[in-house]
Each structure stands twice: as structure tokens, then as C-alpha cells.
Design a protein. Structure first.
Length: 301
């Protein structure tokens, strides 16, 4: 099988592991720098070129599109889909997950556990938004943030108002969420492949840090999740339409609440903490499911 991976940095742990896992199984995996791909739009002949040369013959594509280039990356991925190449995660599903507000709205409609969340455009509604999530304290998030960047804990009404007004003054969109104090700076990352949780870790924030992201100095260890947490992760992945994702949850007094569904989850933390060959599981899933033209949306909408 010939597989393409859209990724800007071939040297990242996750990307090297996927290449190794593909090689070990007799597949060919080529890393394509997403920003060096060009889209050629012509009637009935959707094509992608890489470094000026046509890209042909791939059976599947693994999108590892960074948050900072989501718009361009999805345009390239859609072109692969329209050419009939099977995508591990489809462009429409990735777009849903990258829009935090849309993702929360979809998860809410599905009845999944979420922290109280408010969203408003007018800075004059700051008091109303904070009270809607039973704050302070409140967590304030940039809609486009990732890896814990653009996430602020405001512990008082005055600090919450200052942060919200500053963000709005910079004309960026934010969410305001309740602070789940009982989580104690710990969250759960459930790794889902093909509708099954294949591995789970507990991530704990560094001292004096409420964010548990490993990129922010957090630590990871294997954890046994509850049936409710497992079901929540699987249902969240299904609602987003993602074959592979990391579902981040907090343990609240009223059950698991979803913080994020990550469509390009890192492999280093989960593999090292659990000892599982998650990269190999991803390649095996592709080998069993990739079929030409099987992409549901075929790049549409």
C-alpha cells in the first residue's frame, strides 16, 4: 500500500513512528510537506502537485495538519479526497473538530458531558457570560488555540473581565467555560481508533499549572478509564466523524466532561506511558479500511 502523510515536520516523534510502523508492515509512506503541495483545480481532473510534480498513485492519506495552517491544509486534503484517495480523517471531520465552538455545539446536541460554556461577541455582555458558567473562577479559551496555548484561568471577576475585554479588544473569538476544580489539574486522554479506545493516559499539570498538556510540562501515566468515560470518548469521535482522535476529558462531580476532540493527536505521550504500538494500530486500521473512492464526503462541504 502506498500512503501519503501531510505533515510539515517529518522529524516529529509521531511522524517518524508512523513511517516506521508502515515500513515494518511492508507499506510505503511518504511525508509531504503540506505547504509545498499545490492544488490544481480543473473540471473533472482534481490534482495535487508536490514540489511542482504531480502526486499520483496513493491509496490513502494521513492528514497531520497543524492548527496554524488548517485552512490551507484542508484545501489540500479535499483535493486528495476529490481525486478518490481514502483519508484517515476526512476534511469535513477535521474542520468540525478544529472549530471549538462548532464541536461543542455538536457534542452538546448528542447529549455528551461538557463543561458549562458561554460565547458572546459584545464585550458589554462580559458579566452575563461569566455568570452563565457559574464563575468566577472561569477558563477563557481562544477558539483557535491548541496545545494549551491561548487558555487562561481567571480566578476573580475583575481578572476575568480584564482578560475577556483584552481578547475582544484584539478582535479574537473566545469561549468562557466553568472551571472544574475537582479535576485537580488532571485530565484523561483517550485515544480512539476505528470506534474503539485503544489506549488511555492520565495527564497531570506541572506544579502551579492548571493546564495538563504535555507540551506545557505536564506528565503522563497509564490509567484505567470507566465504562462511562470509554463510551463518552467513542461517542465523541463518532459525532465528529473522526476515525482517529484523542478525546480529552475531565472527571467532574457529574461525570466525564469533554474538553477537546483532537484530530491530530500526538503519539509520544500515549506510547511511552502505555507501551502500546499506537502507530502500528493506525497503520493496521488504514490497511483494513482504505479503499479508493470510499471517502464519504469526497471533499464536499
Amino acid at each position: 500500500m502506498k500512503i501519503a502523510m501531510l505533515a510539515r515536520n517529518a522529524d516529529l516523534y509521531s511522524h517518524k513512528r508512523l513511517v516506521e510502523a508502515a515500513d515494518a508492515r511492508g507499506h510505503s509512506l511518504q511525508v509531504l510537506n503540506t505547504l509545498r503541495c499545490t492544488v490544481n483545480i480543473a473540471s473533472h481532473r482534481p490534482t495535487v502537485r508536490y514540489n511542482g510534480e504531480p502526486v499520483n498513485g496513493f491509496d490513502a492519506v494521513i492528514p497531520r495538519i497543524g492548527a496554524s495552517i488548517t485552512h490551507y491544509g484542508l484545501a489540500v486534503l479535499r483535493q486528495f479526497e476529490m481525486a478518490g484517495v481514502w483519508s484517515l480523517n476526512e476534511s469535513v471531520a477535521i474542520g468540525r473538530s478544529r472549530d471549538k465552538l462548532r464541536a461543542l455545539q455538536l457534542l452538546s446536541k448528542a447529549g455528551l458531558g461538557l463543561p458549562l460554556t458561554a460565547f458572546a461577541h459584545d464585550p458589554r455582555q462580559t458579566d452575563e457570560v461569566i455568570k452563565a458558567v457559574n464563575g468566577p473562577p472561569v477558563v477563557i479559551k481562544l477558539l483557535e488555540g491548541t496545545q494549551g496555548i491561548g487558555v487562561v484561568l481567571a480566578e476573580t471577576m475583575s481578572s476575568a473581565k480584564s482578560v475577556i475585554e483584552a481578547f475582544r479588544g484584539a478582535n479574537v473569538n473566545i469561549l468562557v467555560q466553568e472551571f472544574i476544580k475537582e479535576a485537580g489539574g488532571m485530565d484523561i486522554r483517550a485515544f480512539v481508533i476505528g470506534g474503539k479506545v485503544v489506549a488511555a493516559i492520565k495527564r497531570t499539570g506541572a506544579p502551579d499549572e492548571f493546564r495538563s498538556n504535555l507540551h506545557r510540562g505536564g506528565s503522563a501515566e497509564v490509567i484505567r478509564i470507566t465504562p462511562e468515560e470509554r463510551s463518552t470518548a467513542v461517542r465523541a469521535a463518532k459525532r465528529m466523524g473522526l476515525n482517529v482522535c484523542g478525546v480529552d476529558m475531565l472527571r467532574s462531580n457529574h461525570g466525564p466532561v469533554i474538553m477537546e476532540v483532537n484530530s491530530s493527536p500526538g503519539l509520544e505521550g500515549i506510547e511511552k506511558a502505555t507501551g502500546k504500538d499506537v502507530a502500528g494500530m493506525i497503520i493496521d486500521f488504514i490497511a483494513c479500511n482504505a479503499q479508493a473512492g470510499k471517502t464519504k464526503t469526497k471533499g464536499k462541504g
